[in-house]
Design a protein around this ligand. Structure first.
Ligand SMILES: NC(=O)c1ccc[n+]([C@@H]2O[C@H](COP(=O)([O-])OP(=O)(O)OC[C@H]3O[C@@H](n4cnc5c(N)ncnc54)[C@H](OP(=O)(O)O)[C@@H]3O)[C@@H](O)[C@H]2O)c1
Length: 312
């Protein structure tokens, strides 16, 4: 069975088409014929060796990929989610060794798999699970109430866009960063205030909200540089493990989407929010799976708006 993975860590060129054994759905599992898998920043880290320590107990090939969209082609015993053979579905994949989304077929816990949003293609639908769940988790960790103020950095990214849209659906006021070129995009996602991105974004957020914001989701990984935007006693959530030094009663959390693996109801709620027009799926471009290296190069160059998607 065809997959895209790596035998050695390195640059995009290490990605190659590999053959992996076919697997079957066991109890509580379903198998997908995958048609689309997104390319995320985390995939480039799995590829370039930044995670080599975590991977070293497993033999290669290492197959990246955290989002899959496709059609169910096997349902194991004791599956209670109502999923059937032939259903169009999406899933978040938590990669381990050769278990990643860049493959033609994947076996998953049935609770990781939900119906694809109606009216979407496999390519569009694939952009939802991982970043949608990450955005949901960040908002859950921040624990803000309707009417409170949320700041979002890296707002033009896949994660940042979903944070804005889900925050608006939760009744929050949102201030988000943008380059000049992205201002219209960020406003169209629903941000109430848009400030210029950059190292002094915290100062610009304070210009709008002199007491600071109630919560901040740091999609741009600016860490210490943006803590000052948060009010005393507010909340800060990071996406790459950063936990700020204790200060001003701010609650620091590290968003880690693997904690939302197999959270069927949360992913299905996101599906409903797409169908309701609350969450927008953004695709930058598609590549045949065999050209995954090119997609990685393009993601690493920066500047993509929307997700790059591999087609199988
Ligand atoms: N912990 C988890 O579970 C988890 C899950 C999902 C994502 N993440 C992480 O979350 C981050 C965002 O993911 P993503 O998929 O949204 O990435 P993305 O689509 O590449 O978006 C990142 C955005 O941030 C912008 N940016 C970069 N540097 C910036 C700066 N200094 N100030 C303002 N904006 C800046 C980028 O703009 P340019 O394109 O112009 O550079 C891009 O629009 C990544 O670090 C990813 O690894 C973590």
């Amino acid at each position: 069975m065809r997959a895209v993975g790596l035998m050695v860590h390195g640059g995009p060129e290490v990605l190659e088409v590999v053959d992996v054994p076919e697997a079957h759905a066991g109890p509580g599992q379903v198998r997908l014929r995958v048609y689309a898998a997104t390319v995320n920043p985390t995939d480039t880290m799995a590829r370039n060796g930044s995670r080599a320590e975590q991977q070293k107990s497993d033999p290669p090939p290492y197959i990246p990929g955290m989002d899959a969209a496709g059609i169910v082609d096997e349902v194991g015993a004791d599956v209670t989610t109502g999923v059937k053979i032939g259903d169009r579905v999406v899933a978040m994949v938590c990669p381990k060794a050769s278990h990643g989304a860049y493959r033609e077929q994947i076996v998953l816990d049935a609770r990781a798999v939900v119906r694809a949003p109606a009216g979407t293609t496999h390519v569009q639908a694939a952009t939802l699970p991982m970043n949608g769940l990450t955005a949901r988790q960040s908002l859950d960790l921040l624990g803000l109430s309707a009417g409170q103020i949320l700041a979002v950095t890296g707002a033009a990214g896949a994660y940042g866009g979903y944070v804005i849209q889900l925050a608006k659906a939760d009744g929050l006021t949102v201030i988000a960063d943008a380059s000049e070129a992205d201002e219209a995009l960020i406003a169209s996602l629903g941000a109430d205030f848009v400030v210029r991105r950059g190292n002094d974004v915290a100062m610009r957020i304070r210009e709008c909200f002199p007491d600071g914001v109630d919560g901040l989701a740091d999609g741009a990984v600016q860490n210490e540089r943006v803590i000052s935007a948060v009010r005393d006693g507010g909340a800060f959530t990071a996406v790459r493990g950063f936990l700020g030094e204790p200060q001003r009663d701010i609650t620091f959390t590290a968003t880690s989407v693997r904690d939302y693996d197999s959270e069927f109801e949360k992913l299905d709620r996101l599906r409903q929010q797409v169908e309701a027009g609350i969450v927008t799926l953004r695709v930058a471009d598609t590549y045949p799976a065999a050209q995954a290296a090119e997609a990685h190069r393009r993601l690493e160059a920066g500047g993509t708006r929307g997700r790059l998607v591999l087609e199988f």
